[in-house]
Write a protein that binds this ligand. Sequence first.
Ligand code: NAD
Length: 475
Amino acid sequence: MRSPVRHYVGGGFDGSGVPFPLVDPVRGTTAGEAPAASRELVDRAVDAARAALSGPWASWSPAERARLLHRIADGIEARFEEFVDAECADTGKPRELASTVDIPRAVANFRSYADLLVGRAERSWNTPTPDGRGALNYTVHKPLGVVAVISPWNLPLLLLTWKVAPALATGNTVVAKPSELTPGTACLLAEVMAGAELPPGVFNLVHGGGGDAAGQWLTEHPGVDAVAFTGESRTGSTIMRAVAGRLAPVSFELGGKNAGLVFADADLERAVEGTLRSAFTHSGQVCLCTERVYVERPVFDAFAEALAAGARELTGYGPMVSAAHRDKVLGYLGKAAADGRILAGGGVPRFGDDRDGGFWVEPTVLTGLPEDHPAVREEIFGPVVHLAPFDTEEEALALANAGPYGLAATVWTGDVSRAHRVAPALDVGIAWVNTWNLRDLRTPFGGVKASGIGREGGDHSLDFFSEPMNVCVKL
Ligand code: NAD
């Protein structure tokens, strides 16, 4: 039984607003409802966040904020199974995934920023002056103020906390808006916050849609000082227009059309296993998933055959998040079937039980499509990967770097010199060599071109969420 989805504003829960249905992606049935925040409630949330900036929160030391982040992490761990249940109910993802990736990573998000915060060293400069006595320059980090955190549906708690944790670590106050498709774990997070002894208004949560709803009202709100957003590139541009008038800073983690490069000198078995993971984890609904794989011609057939066989054997995967998203993915498959070849999948699995009402798509391997085909060019965000051959390293790089996106790429090679040559030449924010999605939370995370603006992770997030100010003292 789902716990009720409520807003959390100024330290109190609020169930007001027109209800919208929540749908179980596994079966396609209605599984509850959530209230859509009114504009008035969004205003109240921003006002509460602004008021909290000048309350006791302003004098919390970094060590106190770090302890708070650990308390929040403890609170999530104490209700671990409830968080897993809520994440699975909203997204339909397998329990195994939510309990080994989503919820543990949310805990790690809070703990890693807590640890970083207490170990953070400030630089200072002893500046020479003509009188020989010098001056001391040092940096003070101030919070940005009220930060709107807007997150997508694919990794709901992981991506929300990835921004909430560093925003709180640096002394900001937050108004969070999770995806309207997946509000459950954000609501549980608010319950954890309510028990974590943080001043009212420091963390606020509103539910509802994006355009002409809570998301848009937040980004347009003059009381919001910065927007940290993860979602589609198109939504990123809309948000940029919304904040342009007041020049509010943005941190954007956006879409991708990630390439994998498989060289003939790679350990082929490892490359196949890695590509199965990188293409089909969470049924391809991870921004880092590989959707295009370029394989050196001598091993193309062997790789394609092994990948297609692996895809056909996959079990235990989850559905698409919604009927609309399933239809979008199937639309690409329809075009691909007409213009290229389907090596595995391509349809909807049949279970012979109530899952047949859900939003399922088979793990699919395509080939033979031209590079300008929508299924090769546009982000599908489903369990679909296209394979194409290449002949030279230069050609492989040109193919990988084509297109509007630049989030992540994988390189499979047994030649360490090639790895060092190719990886840095990729137009992406993150390149993996002989692995995929191996993450150290201190490293820069983000995309280039249409895949994002700015970097998050470690000091990069702490830097985004704070305003460095220089103080110069003449000695
Ligand atoms: P989306 O852009 O449709 O929605 C994301 C969030 O923005 C939701 O909370 C939504 O309600 C809100 N929103 C929508 N329109 C808005 C508007 N006009 N103003 C303010 N808020 C608005 O994205 P989605 O479908 O939820 O997520 C999938 C997308 O997210 C994919 O493109 C995927 O690549 C991307 N993504 C990127 C990363 C990354 O780290 N780069 C991570 C996960 C997902």
